[in-house]
Design a protein around this ligand. Structure first.
Ligand code: SF4
Ligand code: SF4
Length: 269
């Protein structure tokens, strides 16, 4: 069953701007994105809420970008920003609810009608319980967007938990138990915290740009590394590890395994 609620602004701290190009940079660290969003927010808050001023500001913001998009074929919208004073919620600064009534989304990189109706694949590929688990475990704009849009990562983590448990893992039961939810939060937070990755490699999760700038899925060359595949490898790839070294791959698997075991230990307590 597809998700029955809106994934973009589900509340309780979670919000997402991934399809507006939020993470489409080599350096998609929290610090770099916070700086960019704050700059876009400050610029757009200062201009009159009308199309001419918004278009000019959007052009300036795009031209002054310090880094080119990682995937040139994927658009990055300068109208994305923080829609609350505390900088905890990412969202569209051209949306009528943010501008005070006027729809300025045509001044961004898509037509407003596309922004209004677009739903990413997570709407169809995650179910309600999985999406609620992500929302509860990632109550912040940076991590939520990284995880909710990575269906392979969410499914891969749940598969590993089930493998460790030797039976089904129910996401709704995980949400209901604070200690379990904390452990799931630390597992999902590996998207931000996992050590020993190459932070500025041309990768986003399991994707890298092809010659046209489109995202293509990466794989692990087991023959070249001289190792066999392992159940953790899907998650390891989703975390953005560049597996050019067998020892690094083995260490990354172990990191994932430890976090999965922490979840199953909490479930069995
Ligand atoms: S990537 Fe998906 S969840 Fe995120 S804002 Fe876009 S449509 Fe919504
Ligand atoms: S105008 Fe569209 S693409 Fe740009 S931030 Fe708003 S919703 Fe995203």
């Amino acid at each position: 069953m597809p998700v029955s609620f809106h994934l973009c602004q589900p509340g309780r701290g979670a919000s997402c701007g991934a399809c507006c190009g939020l993470y489409n940079f080599r350096d998609h660290s929290r610090a770099a994105l916070t700086e960019r969003l704050a700059e876009q927010t400050a610029r757009l808050r200062a201009v009159p809420k009308e199309a001419g001023a918004y278009r000019a500001a959007a052009r300036e913001l795009t031209e002054s970008r310090r880094e080119a998009p990682l995937f040139p074929a994927v658009r990055v919208c300068p109208l994305l920003g923080f829609i609350d004073a505390e900088q905890r919620q990412v969202g569209c600064l051209g949306h009528p609810k943010v501008t005070g009534g006027v729809d300025l989304r045509d001044c961004g990189v898509y037509r407003a009608s596309i922004c209004e109706t677009f739903t990413c694949p997570s709407f169809g590929w995650l179910d309600d319980a999985q999406a609620r688990l992500v929302q509860a475990a990632c109550p912040d704009w940076y991590l939520y967007g990284l995880v909710i849009t990575d269906v392979e990562f969410v499914r891969g983590c749940l598969r590993l938990i089930e493998r460790e448990l030797g039976g089904p893992a129910r996401p709704e039961a995980m949400v209901a138990r604070p200690a379990v939810l904390d452990a799931v939060r630390r597992l999902f937070a590996l998207k931000e915290t996992a050590a020993d990755r190459s932070p500025y490699a041309a990768v986003f999760g399991r994707f890298t740009p092809d010659t046209e700038g489109e995202p293509v899925s990466r794989t692990i060359n087991y023959a070249r590394l001289g190792v066999r595949s392992a159940p953790e490898d899907d998650v390891v790839l989703c975390l953005g590890y560049v597996s050019d070294d067998a020892n690094r791959l083995i260490a990354a698997r172990e990191r994932v395994r430890l976090h999965v075991r922490a979840v199953t230990r909490a479930l069995m307590d």
